[in-house]
Design a protein around this ligand. Structure first.
Ligand code: SAH
Length: 394
């Protein structure tokens, strides 16, 4: 059931960030009205203390972001979603990511980057997997699914709602399920001509780490003839690229047996033979393994909250230093951080500190980031979350 639209007034002076088009309203900015509590997920119109319309968006209590702005001009909900989804699809067609004969997996909607704060939708060769990060998006899921279907036409066969893991609110009846059409629970998708099995029902996040597509290509470019170690490999994304670009040998490590089972199938699907998979904790593995010519470090977010940032930096330092010690002179380190609270500069300094600790000199070859289907809204720089470095290890 959708809630009726309501209005909210901000405290004096709290309109500044909205005037700069930043799409978040923090709970402390809202003026107490004495009115009844607004239900979570309600669409609210925001006004300044002197009655000026500032924007509209989804309300949520109990989180620091009280309103996620969806538009800075007034609109009805239906036309707003239509406009945003149409624009997201148009963008991906124009930049050559949708309707690409070699790639049929991409992020269709990237939250603030597509003007839809709180919503992520990934496209897997006809199946769209939706994750609502706000109650407002969750309550709008049917409208979103219908609109995606209208915009994509025959290219869409099903929409699977996988919000149970992302909706951090008390809401009893959230179940993952198809909300439009249906599909096999897993499918084979193609990324830059490589095939991957993706299971969006049982897999992590929406099923596949689409955000590493361009970095996987980069890894491929340096793989020929090398002994490659891919850590935190999940279903073997980087391993498939290394193997198909003539790596001498590819070792993949992950603590999840389920992920490695698919990684094994993905290597076979792409006809790669010179590989081995290890179910292990990466920190333990790096203590006892031999040397490699190239090591990839793509850990999960170490710092989800700001107060965990210090711990995260310690984690990145320990990990990077252990890996650098295992790289043969003249080898390459690919290292990533997807922690939103660890900024690029801090991450780079941490990798430098790791090299110093390992007693090795490194040279930075590439600064890496997220691909173009994860665009960053210039008024919401927080949207840049994936940071990476390729470094030459002397
Ligand atoms: N590089 C992958 C995505 C990595 S996601 C790709 O391109 O698809 C992070 C992975 O790290 C998950 O598969 C998770 O199971 C694994 N993981 C988390 N902590 C780990 C640890 N301590 N040791 C080994 N694997 C770990």
């Amino acid at each position: 059931m959708k809630n009726e639209r309501q209005s909210l007034i901000l405290k004096r002076g709290k309109e500044a960030s909205l005037m700069r088009r930043h799409p978040w309203v923090f709970s402390g900015a809202i003026k107490e009205t004495g009115n009844e509590q607004i239900p979570d997920g309600t669409m609210v119109d925001i006004y300044s203390h002197n009655g000026e319309f500032l924007g509209m968006g989804h309300y949520q209590s109990g989180t620091s972001i009280a309103v996620r702005i969806l538009s800075f001009t007034p609109s009805d909900e239906k036309s707003l979603f239509r406009k945003r989804i149409q624009s997201a699809w148009e963008y991906r067609k124009r930049i050559g990511i949708a309707e690409n004969p070699n790639t049929n997996v991409f992020r269709l909607i990237f939250a603030e980057g597509d003007g839809l704060s709180g919503l992520v939708v990934d496209y897997y060769n006809g199946a769209a997997v939706l994750q609502a990060h706000s109650m407002g998006m969750y309550l709008s899921r049917s409208l979103i699914a219908e609109t995606i279907s209208e915009v994509l036409g025959k290219r869409l066969k099903a929409v699977y709602d996988k919000s149970k893991e992302t909706l951090h609110v008390r809401h009893g009846d959230v179940e993952n399920r198809y909300i439009l059409g249906s599909a096999e629970e897993s499918g084979v998708v193609m990324e830059n001509g490589r095939q991957f099995i993706v299971n969006w029902v049982t897999g992590q996040k929406t099923g596949f780490f689409i955000d590493q597509r361009e970095n996987r290509t980069m890894v491929g470019k340096y793989s020929s003839g090398k002994r490659v170690l891919n850590t935190f490999c999940y279903t073997g994304g980087f391993s498939v690229y290394a193997g198909s670009c003539n790596a001498r040998e590819v070792h993949s490590v992950d603590s999840s047996k389920a992920a490695l089972t698919i990684a094994e199938e993905n290597m076979q699907l792409n006809k790669i033979t010179n590989y081995e998979n290890f179910t292990a904790d990466v920190f333990d593995y790096l203590q006892s393994c031999g040397e490699y010519d190239m090591i990839i470090l793509d850990p999960p977010a170490f710092a989800k909250r700001l107060n965990a940032r210090h711990q995260a930096v310690i984690g990145y330092k320990r990990l990077n230093s252990a890996a650098i010690k295992k790289i043969t002179p003249g080898g390459i380190l690919f290292t990533f951080s997807c922690s939103q609270t660890v900024a690029r500069r801090l991450f780079q300094d941490t990798v430098i500190a790791s090299a110093i600790e390992a007693g090795r000199n490194i040279r930075i070859m590439h600064w890496l980031s997220q691909p173009k289907d994860h665009p960053v809204d210039i008024y919401h720089p927080e949207g840049e979350y994936l940071k990476g470095l390729a470094a030459y290890v002397e």
